[in-house]
Write a protein that binds this ligand. Structure first.
Ligand SMILES: [Zn+2]
Length: 335
C-alpha cells in the first residue's frame, strides 16, 4: 500500500471510499466536483484518481511505478490535462483548447482525464464553454473539477458532477502537518485550534505579531492568577497597545478562551494532553487546576463568550476588556 494512499485515506476516508467503490464496480462518472478547504488533499486525490484510471497494473489502487503512474506524477502524461488559472482567472481559450485536445482520441490510454484546479475562477464565458462540454461527454472522458468555493460555481455545472466533499482537517492532523513544515509545537498546537485552513494556520503560525499575541495573552492570564489586582495595569500596558481593532481583540478573546478550555479539560480529566492548545503550559495549567474549581472555570469561559458576543454587537473593545478582566478576577480562586 502506497504512502500517498495511506495519507489520503487518513485525511479523507469517505472521499477515498467513494472513489474506490466506483472503480471496483466499474462505475466511473463523467465529471466530479472535488470541493473543500485549501490543504485538504483535493489535488493529490485528483492525481491519485487519474493514476487509478490509467495504471497499467491490475487492481484499483495505482501502482505508482508503471510508466503511466510516473508520467502523471511528473505532469507529462499526454492523456491527462491539468488546467490552472492563468493569472486571476481561467479563461475561455483555456477551455476551448481543452475541448480541441479532447476531440482527438486518446493518445495512448483508452481514457482521457482533465483536472481543472480552482474551477470557481472560470470566467463566465469559460464556464459556459465547459458546461457545453459537460453536456455532451465523450464515453472515455473524466472531468475532475477542484474548488474551495463551490458556491461561486454555476449550479448547472455542479448538477452535472458527482460531488466529492473534502472534510476540514482535524486539528491533530493539521498540527502535525504544520510541524512537518517547521512550525514550532506550541504555535502549531495553538493555530490548529483556531482554524482548519492550512494556509491560514501556516501564516499565523509563522507570524511575529501572532507569536507576540500569544505571549501577551499568557502574561495576562498569569497576572490574573498570581496578582489579580495588577491585571488591569497589565491590560493597559501591553494588551491595549497590541490588540488595536475589533478583529484583533476578537482573536485575543479566542486565545484566552482556548486557555480556559485547556484548564477545563485538565480539571474534568476529559482532555488528552496531546489535544491541548497550550501544551507547553501544562505545568501552569495543572497547578491552576489544583486551586480552582470546574464551576469557576465554567463561569470564566461563559464570561469570555459573553465578551465575544458584546464585541460582535460593537461594544467598545477597551471597555469590554476591562469588564472582562474584572469578571475573571472575581471568578478565580487564586494560587
Ligand atoms: Zn501504475
Amino acid at each position: 500500500m502506497s504512502d500517498i494512499w495511506k495519507d489520503l485515506n487518513e485525511l479523507q476516508p469517505i472521499v477515498l471510499k467513494m472513489i474506490t467503490n466506483g472503480l471496483a464496480k466499474g462505475r466511473v462518472a463523467h465529471a466530479y466536483l472535488l470541493e473543500g478547504d485549501p490543504g485538504t488533499g483535493k489535488k493529490q486525490t485528483a492525481l491519485y484518481f487519474a493514476k487509478s484510471l490509467l495504471c497499467e497494473e491490475e487492481g484499483i489502487m495505482p501502482c505508482n511505478e508503471c510508466s503511466n503512474c510516473r508520467r502523471i506524477d511528473s505532469g507529462n502524461h499526454p492523456d491527462v490535462h491539468i488546467v490552472e488559472p492563468d493569472g486571476l482567472s481561467i479563461k475561455k481559450q483555456q477551455i476551448v483548447f481543452l475541448q480541441q485536445e479532447f476531440s482527438k482520441t486518446a493518445v495512448e490510454a483508452n481514457r482521457k482525464i482533465y483536472i481543472i484546479n480552482h474551477a470557481d475562477k472560470m470566467t463566465a464565458s469559460a464556464a459556459n464553454s465547459l458546461l457545453k462540454f459537460l453536456e455532451e461527454p465523450a464515453a472515455d472522458t473524466v472531468a475532475l473539477l477542484l474548488t474551495e468555493q463551490a458556491q461561486r460555481m454555476l449550479p448547472t455545472i455542479i448538477s452535472r458532477c458527482q460531488l466529492l466533499s473534502f472534510k476540514p482537517l482535524p486539528p491533530d492532523l493539521l498540527k502535525n502537518k504544520l510541524i512537518e513544515k517547521e512550525v514550532s509545537l506550541p504555535m502549531a498546537a495553538l493555530v490548529s485550534r483556531l482554524t482548519n485552513n492550512f494556509d491560514e494556520a501556516f501564516r499565523l503560525g509563522t507570524e511575529e505579531w501572532f507569536a507576540q499575541s500569544r505571549k501577551i495573552v499568557l502574561k495576562l492570564y498569569e497576572v490574573l492568577l498570581k496578582n489579580p489586582l495588577e491585571a488591569m495595569v497589565k491590560l493597559q500596558e501591553d494588551f491595549n497597545g497590541h490588540f488595536k481593532d475589533k478583529q484583533q481583540v476578537s482573536l485575543a478573546l479566542d486565545l484566552l478562551l482556548l486557555l480556559f478550555k485547556d484548564l477545563l479539560s485538565i480539571q474534568t480529566g476529559n482532555g488528552n494532553e496531546q489535544g491541548l492548545a497550550y501544551p507547553d503550559q501544562l505545568a501552569l495549567l495543572k497547578n491552576t487546576a489544583l486551586h480552582s474549581s470546574i464551576v469557576n472555570t465554567t463561569e470564566q469561559i461563559t464570561a469570555i463568550l459573553e465578551a465575544k458576543r458584546k464585541l460582535d454587537a460593537n461594544m467598545n473593545p477597551q471597555l469590554l476588556m476591562e469588564q472582562l478582566v474584572l469578571k475573571l478576577q472575581g471568578g478565580a480562586s487564586f494560587v
